[in-house]
Design a protein. Structure first.
Length: 269
């Protein structure tokens, strides 16, 4: 089974990327800064962020677009849902309509790839079909770790908390291809480890108790910030660079190859 490049620069040239965000956009910042550092130091970058998209009119997207002299598109998802009689966005049966409009908004930018950067809306088939293997995300966990049933263990919005309470000594970030099942796409890269540091004299059992909820929340917050700095902000821009250089390939079974070598758990720093 012959793997094919996730992106082939010989065919497409520079990889044109949309960053999709909902909040502060720190990953957008790190990605664009990395791209421009490559341009300054090497004379060129193999990828280029050409537009920012946000599903939240209260996000930092406009400010980032102005800072980096980029166009941005805002399509507030809560306005979309409220216009259809919903006070939340939980009804995923409506999401393909929203995502089809998103694809239409972005079509004029001639995009090759999408990078989800704190994008808090589940994407559905219109976006998945438009970008195929070239829609990416970063997740604050080692996605290769599995539970007793064989499923990925640390998925969802509480991955850092779950890993700490499971007794993990180290935390990792992973980049992956986005698929229909959240946090279950093919792993592209895993970061270097970030050590779990707990307060002296408190056990995991005690930490999990309701009376220590605020303590746990602060520990999780601190570790998430360290993981962003040591993990997300390093591996996400690097993943985009390596994909855009044609170094990643995938076969029909979803096996990932880097520089021609099979890497079922992705490239590991």
């Amino acid at each position: 089974m012959i793997p094919r490049p996730i992106f082939d620069p010989r065919e497409f040239g520079k990889m044109r990327v949309v960053c999709m965000m909902s909040g502060s956009g720190t990953n957008v910042t790190k990605i664009v800064e990395y791209q421009r550092r490559l341009e300054e130091e090497l004379g060129q970058s193999p990828f280029e962020v050409v537009v920012i998209f946000t599903d939240n009119k209260q996000s930092n997207a406009k400010a980032l677009a102005e800072r980096f002299s980029l166009p941005y598109v805002c399509s507030d998802i809560m306005e979309f849902y409220r216009e259809r009689g919903h006070d939340n966005k939980k009804d995923l049966s409506l999401r393909p309509e929203y995502d089809r409009a998103t694809v239409d908004y972005l079509e004029k930018y001639d995009l090759h790839a999408a990078a989800l950067c704190g994008y808090m809306s589940i994407v559905t088939h219109p976006i998945l079909d438009r970008f195929g293997d070239r829609i990416f995300n970063v997740h604050p966990a080692d996605l290769s770790v599995r539970d007793e049933s064989g499923k990925r263990k640390f998925v969802g919005t509480h991955a850092v908390r779950d890993a700490i309470l499971a007794g993990s000594k180290w935390l990792y970030s992973s980049t992956h291809i986005v698929r229909e099942e959240v946090d279950h796409g093919e792993i592209l890269m895993r970061s270097k480890p970030v050590e779990v540091v707990l307060p002296l004299g408190i056990s995991l059992q005690a930490l999990a108790s309701q009376e220590n909820k605020s303590v746990l929340e602060e520990i999780v917050r601190a570790h998430q910030e360290r993981l962003k700095e040591k993990g997300d902000w390093i591996i996400y821009p690097l993943t985009l660079r390596m994909v855009s250089e044609g170094r990643y390939a995938i076969d029909q079974k979803g096996n990932i190859y880097v520089d021609g070598q099979l890497m079922p758990f992705g490239y590991r720093l």
